[in-house]
Design a protein around this ligand. Sequence first.
Ligand SMILES: *Cc1c(COP(=O)(O)O)cnc(C)c1O
Length: 470
Amino acid sequence: MEYVSTRGSASALEFREVTLAGLASDGGLYVPRHWPQFTAEQIAAMAGKPYCQLAAEVMAPFVAGSLDFACLLQLCEQAYGRFAHGAVTPLRQLDAQHWLLELFHGPTLAFKDVALQLLGLLFEEFLKDGDRHLTVVGATSGDTGSAAIDALAGRPHVDVFMLHPKGRVSEVQRRQMTTVLAGNIHNIAIDGSFDDAQAMVKRMFQDRAMTDRFRISAVNSINWARLMAQVVYYFAAGVALGAPYRKIAFSVPTGNFGDVFAGYVAARMGLPVERLIVATNVNDILHRAITTADYSAQGVTPTAAPSMDIQVSSNFERLLFDLGDRDGAAMAGQMREFDQAKAMRLTPAQHQRAGALFTSARATGDEMDAAMRWAVETTGELVDPHTAIGLHAARSVALPPHVPVVTLATAHPAKFAPAVKAATGIHPPLPDRLADLLEREERFDELPGDYDTVSRYIAARAKVCADPIH
Ligand SMILES: *Cc1c(COP(=O)(O)O)cnc(C)c1O
């Protein structure tokens, strides 16, 4: 499988290189040259398979040429063996129509583990035979950072520089990052928002002074391998609920448009999807883009669902590229306009095609709290604020009664305990394996939200790579 950049001028790469590189050198994002297809018979045959077997089957076409099936299966078994639930991503029925897809049974209690546990092993697999060294630079609204740090701590070929917006991640999120004291992990609290941190990371990929010396890589969902790993649970949930014989709808709490884009990929691969519901909080750029074609960033409002406090949704570019007939030059122009004006419009074709599969809904803080109360009072489930936004959206979109609606439960409620307690009166305890988190020693540095300071900090600590790629 070859991968092409959404901006059309970086050279096509194999899966192995795309995984190590993250962002394309033209500022674009990599997507597969074509979408692999599964027939209805192949999808029917997925029912009842163990998660890892299914995962290897769904991902095999994407890694062809870089990894063989046996190796991929073995990496999946290693990655998902660390999950606290034997089904890896279990489904739970809420009422006659609604289901939760629990994606938070990994080591750091959010869905990011599903992709990052595998990505950590892929890095190791692709780096083990050389003396190449990877400098992972990431921006996190909380959950990517903790999942990446857990997956990469102590790995010999990788250093991690993780930027989080100071004071804007939950205490559990921060501690899951800052209490990992491995020498290859560098936590940086930035004065600014997640979008500021993400912009610095993207700029670093295009800064030759950095890329000439260091082999910089991404663990944000701009890295294709992450989205690939997330396609799997759409198939797992879909076949469990009757695909390919009936259509399924998914409601996805969305920030960077990564998780819901994985649902789009599953649909392109043949999974019968009735609707993909893009659920946002008041930081609603995606809701405005899908309803009115207006993709314009406004200031970020901090909420109790910080992993969705995003106004620049990187992966939306992948969708617009695919819906715009994969015209890289046009996409580069559209993104240039967005970078300059912080606003652009979808083309009529992009807007209309998006509307054929996606519906969006936005939840205020009160609606999010009401959804948490509804879940616990009528179904007995305690859900986290992000999941609550997904549930609110799932219940506010009209769908035929025979269509199962699966809300992606993206985090464990204990990760956001104060917000859950405030809405429901119930304090969700941390699972035993994390029970002492609040007593562990923390380590991190604070830096201003200024690119030159941050790049100097990283350059002083990263390992120079003899063979950087562009
Ligand atoms: C990252 C995250 C999201 C948003 O996912 P995207 O892929 O960025 O859209 C939603 N909920 C939680 C708990 C997250 O950690």
